[in-house]
Design a protein around this ligand. Structure first.
Ligand code: ADP
Ligand code: ADP
Length: 229
C-alpha cells in the first residue's frame, strides 16, 4: 500500500493552474526527490502532502487519510508528518531544547522529562547535543537546521518532507545538513525532498520526479534519471 498517493490532482491559485494532473505514488520507506525549475510547483506539491495547501480536484491520500473530506482532523493527521523548511522556524526566545520539547509535550502529551530525554537523543543524533541550552541566534544556520530536523524527528513521524532545506545556508553548512538527511535515508524513513542539490539527489533518491510548469514530466529511478545519454 502506498503511503502517499496523488490521483489526477490539480490545484489552482485563482486563475493560475499550479499543479496539473499529478499522479504519483510513494511507498513506505521510499526517498523521492523533486526537482525542476523555480516556479514549477515543487513546493506546492510538497505542501499539499501535509495539507498546508488544499488541492482543487482529484484525490490525495496520505497515510491512509483521504485529504479532501472535511472530517479530517488536521492536527491528528500532521502528527505523522514532519516538515523541514528553508527557514528554520525556531522560536528565537527559547533555548534549543525548549524549542524541541514544545510539540511532544503539548501535542503528544509527553511529560517534560520524557520529552527532554527524547529531544536529547535526537540532538545527539544530529550532532549538536552540546547546544541544547543555547539560543537559536547563537547557532550557525547549519546547526539551526539540524535543530529543526531533530524537532521533527522527536515527533516520531512516518513521513519527512523537506522543502529546500539547504537553500538558505552558507555553502560550508550545506554538507552537515545533507549528512543528517543521508543518515535518515539509511534508516528507512519515507522522505520527499525538494532540493537543488543534484549530487545529493543522485546519491539518495530512490526515484527522481522532474516537474515543469505544474506537471510531472518524468519519474525515474535515480540511476536512470541521471544516466548519461
Ligand atoms: P517551486 O517550488 O517549483 O519554485 P512553487 O510551488 O513555490 O514552485 O510555486 C509555483 C507557482 O505558484 C509559482 O509561479 C508561484 O508564484 C505560484 N504561487 C505559489 N504560491 C502561491 C499563492 N499562495 N498564490 C498564488 N500563486 C502562488
Ligand atoms: P481551506 O479551508 O484551507 O480554505 P478547504 O478545505 O475549504 O480549504 O478546501 C477548498 C476546496 O478544495 C474544497 O472544495 C475542498 O473539498 C477541496 N480540497 C481541499 N483539499 C483537498 C484534497 N486534499 N483533495 C481534494 N479536494 C480537496
Amino acid at each position: 500500500l502506498a503511503l502517499i498517493e496523488f490521483i489526477d490532482v490539480n490545484k489552482h491559485y485563482g486563475n493560475f493552474h499550479v499543479l496539473r494532473d499529478i499522479n504519483l505514488k510513494i511507498e513506505e520507506g521510499e526517498v523521492v526527490v523533486i526537482i525542476g525549475p523555480s516556479g514549477s510547483g515543487k513546493s506546492t506539491l510538497l505542501r499539499c502532502i501535509n495539507r498546508l495547501e488544499a488541492i482543487s480536484s482529484g484525490e490525495l491520500i496520505v497515510n491512509g487519510t483521504l485529504l479532501h473530506t472535511k472530517k479530517v482532523d488536521i492536527n491528528q493527521f500532521r502528527r505523522d508528518i514532519g516538515m523541514v523548511f528553508q527557514q528554520f522556524n525556531l522560536y528565537p526566545h527559547k533555548k534549543v531544547i525548549d524549542n524541541i520539547v514544545l510539540a511532544p509535550t503539548r501535542v503528544l502529551g509527553l511529560s517534560k522529562e520524557e520529552a527532554t530525554k527524547t529531544a536529547m537523543r535526537y540532538l545527539k543524533r544530529v550532532g549538536i547535543a552540546d547546544k541544547a541550552d543555547s539560543y537559536p541566534a547563537q547557532l550557525s544556520g547549519g546547526q539551526q537546521q539540524r535543530v529543526a530536523i531533530a524537532r521533527s524527528l522527536t515527533m516520531n513521524p512516518k513521513i519527512m518532507l523537506f522543502d529546500e532545506p539547504t537553500s538558505a545556508l552558507d555553502p560550508e553548512m550545506i554538507g552537515e545538513v545533507l549528512d543528517v538527511m543521508r543518515s535518515l535515508t539509511h534508516e528507512g524513513m519515507t522522505m520527499v525532498i525538494v532540493t537543488h542539490e543534484m549530487g545529493f539527489a543522485r546519491e539518495v533518491a530512490d526515484r527522481v520526479v522532474f516537474m515543469d510548469e505544474g506537471q510531472i514530466l518524468e519519474v525515474a529511478p535515480s540511476s536512470k534519471f541521471f544516466a548519461k545519454p
